[in-house]
Design a protein around this ligand. Structure first.
Ligand code: NDP
Ligand code: 8X3
Length: 254
């Protein structure tokens, strides 16, 4: 699939695996994140192994000026983005509301909601002008169900769910598809490490069951992206077999 695909948060985790998947399938990539070294290394790897053309943009999705400036700096032909994957996101902390850390709340709201909005606000006019495009938001099971201590992270992903629906209403007459994927727990990511501020012991939340792999999410996203243009997969909720719902997990072993 020879497309131009912009992936936010491609330096590791689900975004990194998505980049590999779209590269193998023949797409050219705009890869973004805050960690330049990782992105450059990934870009080199994909260029060498698959001949992928890659543009690296380093910005923090929370900074509207940076988002606009970096995306606007793309050469005109690279602004013809076929697929925008809003993946950059994170959870910080896990606690009841009375003990919540307001800096964590700001970071989640600013990244998961406002970051997604800033990138979409910049890219969507290019898609509207082209009369085509596909926006794929990486939400979460946390955007479908709240779970104990998940309060603000869940709220931020409920917001992503609302925005996916709203943006679809806004853009469906412009030839633009809007899809969302809502995964349960996914390993091969730094998600848990980030949530627990680098506490390696606390981040060991996948030892006693088999969660999804980042490649499972990438497969589903690629499926959404490769459907014929008249088909829009609106939402895929995807959980590991051992995870029945956000909070019900069979932790009897892998
Ligand atoms: P990782 O921590 O492995 O990767 C997160 C990515 O987002 C990194 O590339 C990081 O890059 C980027 N990122 C984070 N904050 C910012 C920022 N402010 N500006 C720019 N980039 C940022 O996590 P996952 O791969 O697991 O997470 C990807 C998405 O999947 C998130 O939206 C998450 O909520 C969602 N998700 C994850 C699940 C899981 O269990 N892992 C399950 C369901 C959904 P850098 O640090 O270089 O900026
Ligand atoms: C990540 C999955 O269940 O930790 O969005 O919220 S969960």
């Amino acid at each position: 699939m020879k497309k131009k695909v912009l992936i936010t948060g491609a330096s590791l985790g689900i975004g990194y695996v998505l980049a590999n998947r779209f590269s193998v399938e023949g797409s050219d990539l705009i890869l973004t994140g805050r960690r330049n070294n990782r992105l450059e290394e990934l870009g080199r790897l994909l260029q060498e192994s698959n001949g992928t053309e890659v543009k690296i943009l380093v910005f923090d999705v929370r900074n509207h000026d940076e988002v606009k400036e970096q995306l606007e700096s793309l050469p005109e032909d690279w602004k013809a983005i076929d697929i925008l994957i809003n993946n950059a996101g994170l959870a910080k902390g896990l606690s009841t509301i009375d003990k919540g850390d307001t800096e964590h709340w700001d970071q989640m709201i600013d990244t998961n909601i406002k970051g997604l909005l800033y990138v979409t606000r910049t890219v969507s006019p290019w898609m509207v002008a082209a009369g085509k495009g596909h926006i794929i938001n990486i939400s979460s099971i946390a955007g479908k169900e709240v779970y104990p201590n998940g309060n603000v992270y869940c709220a931020s992903k409920f917001a992503v769910d609302a925005l996916s629906r709203a943006i679809r209403i806004d853009l469906h007459t412009k030839g633009i598809r809007v899809s969302q994927i809502s995964p349960g727990a996914v390993e091969e990511t730094e998600f848990a490490l980030v949530r627990f501020d680098g506490d390696v012991e606390r981040a060991k939340i996948y030892n006693d069951f088999q969660p999804l792999k980042a490649s499972d999410v990438a497969d589903a996203v690629y499926y959404m992206a490769s459907c014929p243009p008249h088909v829009n997969i609106q939402d895929i909720t995807i959980l590991a077999t051992q995870q029945a719902s956000a909070a019900i997990i069979d932790r009897s072993g892998r």
